[in-house]
Design a protein around this ligand. Structure first.
Ligand code: 5GP
Ligand code: ZN
Length: 118
C-alpha cells in the first residue's frame, strides 16, 4: 500500500518516520504496519507498532485496521524472539491516558520481568 492510499498528517512525527523523513531504528514494515524503536525505551526491547495510516487514537481507528495490526503484532513478536518468552502491549488512548503522540501506536515492551514494576 502506498502513502497516497491512506491518510497521513505531514505535521505528525510518526507519519514523518513512516515516510522516511525523520530517523528511527526500523524493526518491521509491511503494507499497512510499521514498527520502530522507542526513542526513550522503558524496557530492553521497546518497539512502537503503528498503522501507516494516521489515526490519532485507538478509538478513531477502524476495526479492520486494528485487526490487521493485531495479526501482525503476532508476527512481530515472533520476529523479535518474544513469542514464547512474553511481552507487554500497551496502548494509550486519549486525554487521561498519557498519550503524547496522536498517531495510534502500540508499545511492545519486552526483555525484562514486568511482575513487580511497570
Ligand atoms: P505515548 O505516550 O503517546 O503512548 O508514547 C509516545 C512514545 O513515543 C514515547 O514512549 C516516546 O518516547 C516516543 N517518541 C516520541 N517521539 C519520538 C520520536 O521522534 N522517535 C521515536 N523513535 N520515538 C518517539
Ligand atoms: Zn501520523
Amino acid at each position: 500500500m502506498s502513502s497516497s492510499e491512506y491518510p497521513t498528517d505531514p505535521q505528525c512525527i510518526f507519519c514523518r518516520i513512516i515516510a522516511g523523513k525523520a530517523p528511527a531504528r526500523v524493526r518491521y514494515e509491511s503494507g499497512q504496519v510499521f514498527a520502530f524503536d522507542d526513542i526513550n525505551p522503558h524496557a530492553p526491547t521497546h518497539v512502537l507498532i503503528c498503522p501507516k495510516a494516521h489515526y490519532p487514537t485507538f478509538m478513531e481507528a477502524p476495526a479492520e485496521v486494528l485487526a490487521t495490526l493485531n495479526a501482525e503484532i503476532k508476527s512481530i513478536a515472533t520476529h523479535l524472539g518474544f513469542a514464547e518468552r512474553g511481552f507487554r502491549l500497551q496502548v494509550n488512548n486519549g486525554r487521561e491516558s498519557g498519550q503524547i503522540v496522536p498517531h495510534l501506536h502500540y508499545h511492545f515492551l519486552a526483555g525484562r520481568s514486568m511482575h513487580d514494576h511497570g
